[in-house]
Design a protein around this ligand. Structure first.
Ligand code: BG6
Ligand code: MG
Length: 218
């Protein structure tokens, strides 16, 4: 018998590979402030809110700025990021995502988005996936960032399910921790050593097999 179960997907790094665009925009900002920002350092920004990302970046560059200047830089970074986002289309949906969503749709399992991004709705629109989600919970709906479970708990409400019946798909450590804190099942996408706190880990969305999904829902 099928369990009553719902899915909550992170966006950046799970549905689309926007981390590369965030990186380009943050690196430009770092360079304009006179320091370099590497791809390895960029790992620290995954799953982290925009405001917190700037704090981490300024710490790396050992730069101190007024609140006013920080706000101007946040706007500037987002404007550059949006230039990449506006050029996105369905080719940027990560391999395996469409198959995963189709599997859920075929089995009448609802899914929502649970993302830290304030650009989530726009990105889903650009890649043509917005209509498939039952609801979007994003950076505009939460006051506490991951690893706080708030975003996923709101997601569970939108699914009309108790947290223990929700499965979260995440690529960031902070996101896996948020799912665990919400008492949800966590599927990590990425490096198993990095995401060791997840209940299950796959290298990529494409690596998730239909058999695994069938077992999870039955
Ligand atoms: C997360 C990304 O999904 O959203 C972070 O992993 C990003 O890198 C955060 O900082 C906030 O995104 P945005 O689009 O609101 O700047
Ligand atoms: Mg992510």
């Amino acid at each position: 018998m099928k369990k009553e179960i719902g899915f909550i997907f992170d966006l950046d790094g799970v549905i689309v590979d926007t981390a590369k665009y965030h990186y380009l925009a943050w690196r430009n900002l770092a360079n304009s402030l006179g320091f370099d920002f590497t791809e390895v350092q960029n790992e620290q920004l995954k799953g982290v809110s925009r405001v917190k990302s700037l704090e981490i970046l300024l710490d790396i560059g050992k730069v101190q700025l007024s609140q006013e200047k920080k706000e101007a830089l946040l706007l500037e970074k987002n404007e550059e990021y949006l230039e990449y986002v506006y050029k996105m289309n369905s080719n940027e949906i990560l391999p395996g995502v469409d198959r995963f969503l189709s599997f859920l749709e075929t089995n009448k399992i609802k899914f929502v988005l649970g993302s830290a991004s304030k650009n989530a709705q726009l990105i889903l629109e650009k890649v043509g996936l917005l209509e498939r989600f039952t609801a979007i919970v994003d950076g505009n709906n939460v006051s506490k960032a991951k690893p706080n479970p708030e975003v996923f708990l709101i997601g569970a409400k939108k699914l009309n399910m108790s947290p223990t019946n929700c499965v979260v798909v995440e690529d960031a450590i902070a996101g896996v921790q948020a799912a665990n804190a919400a008492n949800m099942i966590s599927i990590g996408i990425g490096n198993a050593k990095v995401l060791s706190e997840a209940n299950y880990v796959f290298d990529s969305m494409e690596a998730i097999t239909s058999d695994f999904l069938k077992n999870l829902i039955n």
